[in-house]
Structures are given as structure tokens and as C-alpha cells.
Design a protein around this ligand. Sequence first.
Ligand SMILES: Cc1cc2nc3c(=O)[nH]c(=O)nc-3n(C[C@H](O)[C@H](O)[C@H](O)COP(=O)(O)O)c2cc1C
Length: 452
Amino acid sequence: MSALSPPRRMILNAFTMNCVSHIQQGMWSRNDTRQTEFNSLEPWLELARIAEKGCLDTIFLADVMGLYDNYEDGADTSFREAMQVPVNDPMLLIPAMASVTRHLGFAFTSSVLQAHPFTFARQLSTLDHLTEGRVAWNVVTSYLPNAGSNLGFDGLPPHDERYERAEEYLEVVYKLLEGSWADDAVVHDRDRRVYAEPDRVRAINHRGPYFQVAGPHLSSPSPQRTPVLFQAGMSERGRTFAAQHAECIFVVGSSRSAATLAQDLHKRAHLQGRSNTDMRLIGGVAPIVGGTESEALDKQADYEESLSIEAGLAHISGNLGVDLGGIDPDQPLESFRTERVQGFIKNLLDSAPAGTRTMGDLIKSNLAGAWLTGSVEQVADELERRFHSGLDGFNLTYTVTPGTFVDFIEGVVPILQERDLVQREYASGTLRKKLFGQDRLPSSHPAAAVRF
Ligand SMILES: Cc1cc2nc3c(=O)[nH]c(=O)nc-3n(C[C@H](O)[C@H](O)[C@H](O)COP(=O)(O)O)c2cc1C
């Protein structure tokens, strides 16, 4: 793929969720945000138009399939604070948002625990057809035990077993999307009365430990076949998985830990026969911008008043699998053990000298997202610095919506465009073509091995 890759530029995604409150908890109570209107279509259509006007690459929708229910022994705080509940299906927003845009991509999250891969592969193809190839799938393995219980697993399967399931899930999806219909299967020949050539469509007859799927796939080949693959595995097992399959990989933590992580992911990818240009590393940032630095700092101070520490603790408790009600903020982080989202803790530990990080640091680093506050030039400078230190792009987390995105697009994007760091207009074609220069996954990707 390297020969065809477009020049390296910064990728920007508007990161949100089909719910009231995604990451910066408590903000929904303000009157300068549309978060509580999430049940209606109109704010989503507005956001899609704004994102496309700003030439962003995608709107990226997070999702969970269960409650954060372990803080102070239950989900009361989550319900009171609308902390990722109520939460609607992200996928169903996409055709509507696609209908008011021409180029913007749409990435959505779906867990390998949630839908049978046969059903899910058909949904992927349908979305890829309807959007003319503008879809990406964020592959997740779930971390909330309530999600596992909701989906018939009686709690969550163990961490590494979830990745084993994910491997097979992807294998089934690849076989259906890439291997079931030949490129020339659909002939649409009215004279001969042949829509599809039967001998160019085949069953997949997959039999594995988790899934048995005969096939053939029921949808015809869509523009990208497999949508662009997003992933955010941070653990040892998660990184191996990401290096093998993912095209956009999320890295969290400071620039230093992100650079170390980037090196590690590239090394793992090379072992799989993939190259650096086959993947993009995406960091996270929550921009708070003003015309001047002091204007931005005033804005931040105002936002801080609205943050809900309580809801933040409920969020982090769910992420970590540990009830943080009554935690000692001075407890050394090294002494803290959890089965879940191990990568977050490792990143934080790696970003400071041994023995200096505490539970308080963990709580603070989670609650505000990753605020980057400054004048439009200062924010542009910092993103440029991170881009040059190895990150290929950023998920923009909102504090208020669509206000955070509008501020960024009106203030920072023109500066980044002036510096030739982001696109001024969209390239034509599918999302993968815009990001990587070609519609289909490259031959170095494991999906290519099962092609028709
Ligand atoms: C930017 C970003 C977005 C994520 N979005 C979701 C999500 O929407 N749903 C979800 O279940 N997990 C999400 N995760 C969690 C990851 O899928 C993964 O579980 C986590 O990074 C821990 O990795 P590990 O399981 O390899 O330790 C996200 C992580 C990051 C960094």
C-alpha cells in the first residue's frame, strides 16, 4: 500500500456517543450544549454538517452494551448523572447523517460480544453500500460485566478470551465480506436475466470454537468490502490484536508514552508483515480554545464548575472494574490491580518516574478527558508538535456539543490548513481511499488471505 499512500496529514475525528454524557461528565446540565437532545435526529444532522464543513475525517461514535454499575455498589449515580445511560444504538444514526453529507466518514463501535458475526457482517455491508464506502468499525471486546450479562455470558468472559473470540469474529467477518462473492459476481444482465452469477458466489463453511457459519454472505460486495477498522487495545493481548488487524489505532496517555506505544505497535505490525503506512495512530484531545489564552482559561474555569466529580468516579470505577467510592487519593498507583483496561494504568505509570503516581492522578487524568486549553494558535502549535512526534491524528472530545467542535473548526482548523497539516478539501472516493489511497484492505492484511 505504501506506494499509493497519500501524503501524511493529520486525521481529525469528532468523538461522541449516542447518549447524554460521554466522557466529560456533568456538562449536560449547562444550557450551551445539545447533549440532552440526543434522542432526536436534528442535532446529529447539524453535527454532521458542521464536521463536513470543517473537513473532519469522521464522526466517531463510542458505545457500551451495559451499565457502569460498580460505583458505590450500583448504578444509581449513572442514572442520576446520565453517565452513558440512557444510550442508543450508534449504527442507526449513520444513514441519516450520510444523507446530509457527501464526504464525511462515520466510525461506530460494536463489540464482538454483541451481535452474531453473520448478522453484523450484513449490517456492515448495508451501511457501506448506503454511504458509498464511508464507514469504519471500531472493534471492541467490552469491559463492563453488565454488558456480558446482558448478552448471555453471565458476566464478562476473561480478558484474553475476549480477544480470542474477537480473532474468530473477525475471521468470520472477513470470510463473509471478502471471500464469499467474487468481484465479478454481480453482472446485472437484463438480457440474459442474470443478476448474479451463481458460480461466483460461495459458502464460507466456517466452523470454529465460537462460531459456525455456512454462508454465503447475503449482501453483494460493497465499495470497501471490509470497512476501515478502528481499534484501541492497550493491553499486551490488545496490542497484538491491533497490530494485526487495525488501521486506525487509538493511543492514550502523554506524548512520551504515546511515542513508546507507537514504536511498540509498529514493531508488532512488522512481525505480521504490515508496514507503518498501513496504519494510523490516533491520540485523544479535548480542545478548549479562545481568541486569546486568557479567554480560553476563563472558558475552562467556567466548564470546571459544571464537571461532576461523582459521575466521573462512577465512570472510572466502571473502566477499572474497581469501586472508587472512598478510595484514598494518595494510594500509590503501582499497588492498584485490575483485570480491566490495564493499558490506561500502564501508560500513566510509564509517563512519570517510578513510585510517583497516585490514585489521585488516575482520577484527574480521566475526569477532564484530555483538556488542551489555549488560544487557537497555541492549540494548533501543540497538535502540530504531537503530530511531528509520531501521532497521525486526534479524536476530538467535546466539552459541550456542538460548541467544542464549532470552536475548533472555526478557530484551529484554518490555522492547521494554512500549515498544510490537515486537508482543505476532501479527496474523492471511499473513507479508506481518503485515508490510505485505496478502497480495499491491502494484501498485507489478514483479510486478504480469505479473498475469493
Ligand atoms: C479512544 C478510545 C475509544 C474507545 N471506545 C470504546 C467504546 O466505544 N466502547 C468500548 O467498549 N470500549 C472502548 N474503548 C476501550 C477499548 O476498546 C479497550 O477495551 C481498552 O482500550 C482497553 O484495552 P485492553 O482491553 O487491551 O486492555 C475505547 C478506548 C479508547 C482509547
